[in-house]
Write a protein that binds this ligand. Structure first.
Ligand SMILES: Cc1cc2nc3c(=O)[nH]c(=O)nc-3n(C[C@H](O)[C@H](O)[C@H](O)COP(=O)(O)OP(=O)(O)OC[C@H]3O[C@@H](n4cnc5c(N)ncnc54)[C@H](O)[C@@H]3O)c2cc1C
Length: 196
């Protein structure tokens, strides 16, 4: 969903709170667009029976929103930008802050692991350099299939200069943190953002 930015400044990785204009129900969404884009974008998964995501899905051009923020400190520390290797780990729409980071900081050294159920959930995969984007599908077969994200992470070769950023559902985040710590990654090099 794309809407006017109205001069809002943010750091890639941050989130905003969005709802229909005047509606008390509002939810947090990571910013999907880049810091140099002249619009704001968020990537929303419609939760069946959910209060806000379904309403946002039905928005028409010209509808008004309440947008507050930005909030949060998820993202890359400026001093690490071009010195570390950034490993982005996302499930579903948890890819959103990483899209913003990649779009805002051309030239960063990153690998993006994206865990989804089905290939059609590989939102915007064509926007990443092919050798930096690894799609892990849990419920669909394709050539070169990587399987569950956390199974792939178990085989992942951890190096000293890597910083890990994990975003998505809490189950995946706890499992990923556990695997990374078993591989010797320290807590300060694991930065997480839980969606639900
Ligand atoms: C920091 C932060 C950033 C977020 N960024 C995004 C984002 O970029 N894109 C996005 O789509 N959502 C994001 N979310 C989740 C979002 O805030 C809402 O929770 C989601 O849109 C559901 O809201 P709802 O009102 O439709 O459902 P509700 O009526 O609030 O809840 C319905 C149920 O759905 C569960 N749920 C919430 N999110 C999901 C999901 N993605 N998949 C399955 N079940 C879910 C809730 O735990 C709850 O049990 C973020 C949450 C946080 C805390």
């Amino acid at each position: 969903m794309r809407f006017t930015r109205l001069g809002m400044t943010f750091r890639p990785g941050q989130r905003i709170i969005v709802g229909l204009k005047g509606n008390l129900d509002q939810r947090e969404y990571s910013i999907y667009s880049g810091e140099n884009d002249d619009y704001l974008e968020i990537l929303i998964r419609e939760v069946k029976g959910g209060n806000v995501s379904a309403k946002l899905k039905n928005c028409k051009p010209g509808d008004l929103l309440d947008v507050n923020g930005p909030f949060g400190s998820f993202g890359i520390e400026p001093f690490n930008l071009f010195t570390a290797k950034h490993i982005f780990i996302a499930t579903g729409t948890g890819i959103s802050p990483f899209h913003s980071l990649v779009r805002s900081y051309p030239g960063i050294d990153y690998t993006l692991l994206h865990g989804v159920s089905l290939c059609k959930e590989a939102y915007g995969c064509e926007e990443y350099e092919p050798d930096r984007y690894i799609l892990c599908t849990s419920r669909e077969y394709f050539e070169g299939k990587k399987g569950r994200l956390t199974d792939y992470l178990l085989k992942f070769n951890v190096k000293k200069n890597m910083i890990f950023y994990v975003c998505g559902n809490s189950g995946m985040i706890y499992e990923a943190e556990h695997i990374l710590k078993e591989k010797g990654v320290t807590q300060k090099n694991i930065i997480s953002e839980i969606y639900f």
